[in-house]
Ligand binder design. Structure first.
Ligand code: UD1
Ligand code: MG
Length: 457
């Protein structure tokens, strides 16, 4: 689409029907604020310039738009027509086409913007509006057509009579205008209506007198859902979610039960991964090929290699290398790296730690602020005591060490390569490589006399 197109996004309203302290356009759908979906869509459409009209919560709205859009302030919310008036100074002398769209319609598609603008140029119309025919026209503005089907007016549901309310074709509030004509019409709309507002929709009856309005009917009525209350919010979320899941299935991902799977649009997934039911995958999560996720996996900002298995577990901001297995019932908190083939089993919590390749933390353990080498085995019930009430300390465990069940490692502490701790050991001093330490506090009693490295000194 031509970069000479300017988009004006109306996002100043409070969203009274949301009954929320948060501005409506900042409510999230599939993990992103509604307005961010619109900015992304406009970028994808190749719009040259974006102006966002902000008012209620302008500071937060401007922060979201920072570096992506210009802001026009509407300090008093006197209607959608008034909102566009606030952007008018920025449109003066701009010429070309101006797209106007609401900030509360996150399901709009980039190619629809393209089609609207093209239809305007092809027909020479001053204004092309997007309409839709949903099963339930609800509280949307109704499109009134005259003889021969020409668009005559838009009547808001609150101003409509019983006959008009029966009209199924509704206004999506997305318009492509000849910029100069728009600027001219804005000076001609009043506020004589049920809500006492300047309705942008009144421009239609003004321009239809001159036969300068065309309509494009959206192919999919879901595209135009405007989020006015929390029912619409969940409806839009459901539709966006199923669009995301469908796209992944077509990319070669198996999703066993789309109804119970939630994947945000910031997520990336490799082929032949299988997502089992009741899984939530959010944020900047990357999943490699051939992984098995779920049932009941919750991944946020997680980075998974190939062939990783996560079952009934939560993984936050961590790297799981190829072949790692997590769960069932593990809690992988932020800042971990689990090396190739490592395992974190049931009722295991790991935080800010490196678990070397091939190492296993199979049951009932807390590993925090720790570095484990390769092929370490952690016995059931092992706790790294990383916090002394004031500061956090690190535990370091060398390659091939064997930590006996129910060991307490009082950090800072180092267990050397190949060292062993006996069941129930309370380790408050470093254990040298290949030595066995037992008791409370643990004392070294002998050289390790089994395992691969028993030849070492
Ligand atoms: C609007 C349309 C309606 C259409 C519907 C589609 C008008 C008068 N009505 O109604 O025909 O069917 O969208 O979703 O245009 N806003 C401002 N400043 C204001 C008022 C609103 O910036 O003074 C913004 C809101 O933040 C919102 C958008 O404009 O993002 C639409 O406002 P909203 O109150 O949701 O209008 P609807 O009642 O949905
Ligand atoms: Mg709305």
């Amino acid at each position: 689409m031509s970069s000479s197109i300017t988009a004006v996004v109306l996002a100043a309203g409070k969203g009274t029907r949301m009954k929320s302290a948060l501005p409506k356009v900042l409510h999230k759908v599939c993990g992103r604020p509604i307005l961010e979906h619109i900015l992304n869509m406009l970028d994808e459409a190749g719009v040259g310039r974006i102006i966002v009209v902000a008012g209620y919560g302008a500071e937060e709205v401007s922060a979201l738009c920072s570096g992506r859009a210009e802001i026009a302030l509407q300090t008093e919310q006197l209607g959608t027509g008034h909102a566009v008036m606030m952007a008018a100074p920025l449109l003066q002398g701009n010429g070309g086409t101006t797209l106007v769209l609401p900030g509360d319609t996150p399901l709009l598609r980039a190619d629809t913007m393209d089609r609207l603008c093209r239809l305007r140029l092809e027909t020479g119309a001053g204004m092309v509006l997007l309409s839709a025919e949903p099963d339930d026209p609800g509280s949307y503005g109704r499109i009134v057509r005259g003889d021969g089907g020409t668009v005559k007016a838009i009547v808001e549901a609150k101003d409509a009579g019983p006959e008009e309310l029966k009209i199924r074709e509704i206004n999506a509030a997305v318009y492509a205008f000849d910029t100069d004509l728009l600027l001219n019409c804005l000076t001609r709309i009043g506020r004589n209506n049920a809500q006492g507002e300047y309705y942008l929709t009144d421009v239609v009856s003004i321009l239809s007198e001159e036969d300068r309005v065309e309509a494009l009917i959206a192919e999919d009525p879901d595209d135009i859902i405007g989020i006015n209350d929390r029912l619409y919010l969940s409806q839009a979320g459901k539709i966006m979610r199923s669009r995301i899941l469908e796209a992944w299935m077509l990319e070669g991902i198996t999703i066993i039960d789309p109804d119970s799977t939630f994947i945000e649009d910031s997520v990336n997934i490799g082929r032949d991964t299988v997502i089992h039911p009741f899984s939530i995958i959010e944020g900047e999560t990357f999943i490699g090929e051939g992984c098995s996720i779920g049932p009941n996996a919750h991944l946020t900002d997680a980075r998974l290699g190939k062939g990783v298995n996560v079952q009934n577990s939560t993984v936050l901001d961590s790297d799981l290398d190829d072949g790692v297995s997590v769960g069932p019932y593990a809690y992988i908190r932020p800042g971990n790296r689990l090396g190739e083939g490592a395992r974190a089993g049931s009722f295991v919590e790991i935080k800010n730690s490196e678990i070397g390749p091939g190492s296993a933390v199979p049951h009932l353990s807390y590993i925090g602020d720790s570095s484990l080498g390769a092929d370490v085995n952690i016995g059931a019930g092992t706790i790294t005591c990383n916090y002394d009430g004031r500061e956090k300390h690190r535990t370091v465990i060398g390659n091939e060490a064997f930590i006996g069940s129910n060991t307490k490692l009082i950090a800072p502490v180092t267990v050397g390569e190949g060292a062993v701790t006996g069941a129930g050991a309370v380790v408050n001093k470093d254990v040298p490589p290949w030595k066995v330490a037992v008791g409370m506090p643990a004392r070294v009693i002998k050289r390790r006399d089994w395992g691969k490295g028993n030849h070492a000194g």
